[in-house]
Design a protein around this ligand. Structure first.
Ligand code: IMP
Length: 427
């Protein structure tokens, strides 16, 4: 039996989808543990591109059971569209399961997401506007709808009457927006219930059974540690816990069962949306890395902000999540640079910091401290072993490992499955 947690160590988009795809045939069960269709994974397998938002990318492995855990918020419409899309690409989805405890995005949630952003004006967060934040808000407020509610139409109807009255009052009185029609939502969601029925399960017996039977489980986190509600750059964060802790509550697996925690880090840093980003490159170099790295969001198509690798952030992620093993992605994107920088800490108001501070305006103005290394100026996409990488490239990787405090066990040098260097098996 093994339980491996996979977390993004930066601000999301580290390339977790490719890693899950790589590991999927080494595990029996993949559980996606949090987030919603704000996330996006692109996986290239044998030259074919697959895009995932809610469905674990492990689905490309037909024998692996793929679970959408109860920490996830599911937009049924988006889920069904994604399902139809990957089925049309020939993907077998018989092993897909959704927890009946997972909360649902309702039609008013994306509207509240947009209105909330408008209300914040210049201080907006830059959310994906998928309604994920408002869905988690309702979960905490205990007026959320769960996937299992779709199997109880009478209960759904009664609850919707109560909740929609609250929502419509807020929409019309506070925002002067259009109210939602109760019957239309009910009809729509009862229709979803029929389509989703084959996938909905109480995942407790499945997950417990898998542990008892000695199966290998992978917990797939979405987003990244710096977007965590508690550990991240609050309020410029997502509304769930993309950490090792979140992976456990989102799947129902106890900490004592965890075998190892793998962190995925990009060889540089990106961030989508607003909020502090100390190592951001706003000039031509940033633009160049964005183009070479194709740093445009899978979910929203937004241009990602780009910067140097921030080892202060990475070490913070390693230490707060117990990351023992790192997968470094997109190393090839740096192939043409003459020099490369690593941020080792910051100075703010005359004080030195070796980790990101809570005070967001201090972090915004923090002066990064850099160490500079020579680039390797050689293509690495064909390399399949660490020894094949050019010496300055190996130095860069070793420096990152030392500064992060964890070993770099796998390196991705291109989008395809094959373009990967495995130094030590992750599972
Ligand atoms: P929300 O999760 O849509 O509420 O957005 C909150 C913040 O998290 C915004 O800055 C988003 O750009 C960011 N975010 C949410 N999901 C992802 C992701 O999968 N990758 C990168 N950033 C994300």
């Amino acid at each position: 039996m093994s339980v491996t947690i996979l977390v993004g160590g930066q601000w999301g988009d580290e390339g977790k989808g490719k890693v899950v795809d790589l590991l999927a045939d080494r595990v029996d069960v993949v559980v996606r543990s949090q987030g919603g269709n704000n996330a996006g994974h692109t996986v290239v397998s044998e030259g074919r591109e697959f895009r995932f938002h809610l469905i674990p990318s492990g689905i490309l492995c037909p024998d692996t059971v793929c679970v959408i855990g109860h920490g996830v918020v599911v937009d049924p419409k988006a889920f069904l569209a994604e399902l139809a899309h990957i089925q049309a690409q020939g993907v077998d989805t018989r092993n897909l399961v959704i927890s009946d405890r997972a909360h649902m995005v309702m039609p008013y949630h994306p509207v509240f997401d947009q209105l909330g952003e408008q209300q914040r004006g210049d201080d907006r967060l830059g959310t994906t506007r998928r309604g994920v934040g408002p869905t988690y808000e309702d979960k905490v407020r205990r007026i959320g709808f769960r996937i299992g509610d779709l199997q109880k139409p009478k209960f759904l109807e009664k609850k919707l009457r109560f909740v929609l009255r609250l929502k419509n009052e807020t929409l019309t009185r506070l925002y002067g927006a259009e109210p939602f029609d109760e019957q239309a939502i009910l009809d729509e969601y009862i229709g979803y219930g029929e389509l989703l029925d084959p996938y909905i399960r109480d995942i407790y017996p499945l997950v417990q059974g898998a542990m008892v039977e000695g199966r290998r489980i992978l917990l797939e986190g979405a987003q990244g540690v710096m977007l965590d509600l508690d550990l991240g750059t609050y309020p410029y964060v997502t509304s769930s816990a993309p950490t090792a802790g979140g992976a456990l509550t989102g799947s129902g697996i106890p900490p004592s069962r965890v075998t190892n925690t793998v962190g995925v880090f990009k060889a540089y840093t990106t961030r989508v949306g607003y909020g502090p980003f100390p190592t951001e490159l706003t000039g031509e170099l940033g633009e160049y890395i964005r183009e070479v790295g194709a740093e445009f969001g899978t979910t929203t198509g937004r241009a990602r902000r780009v910067g140097w690798f921030d080892a202060a952030v990475a070490r913070y992620a390693v230490n707060t999540n117990g990351i023992e093993s790192i997968v470094l992605t997109k190393l090839d994107v740096l192939d043409t640079l003459e020099t490369i920088k690593i941020c080792t800490g910051y100075t703010s108001k005359g004080e030195r910091w070796d980790h990101p501070m809570a005070n967001i305006s201090h972090l915004k103005h923090a002066e990064p401290e850099y160490t500079e290394l020579p680039g390797w100026m050689t293509p690495t996409r064909q390399c399949r072993s660490f020894a094949e990488l050019p010496a300055p490239c190996r130095d860069y990787v070793e420096q990152l490992a030392e500064r992060c405090g964890a070993s770099i066990d796998a390196i991705s040098v291109g989008p395809d499955r094959e373009q990967t260097i495995i130094r030590r098996p992750l599972i």
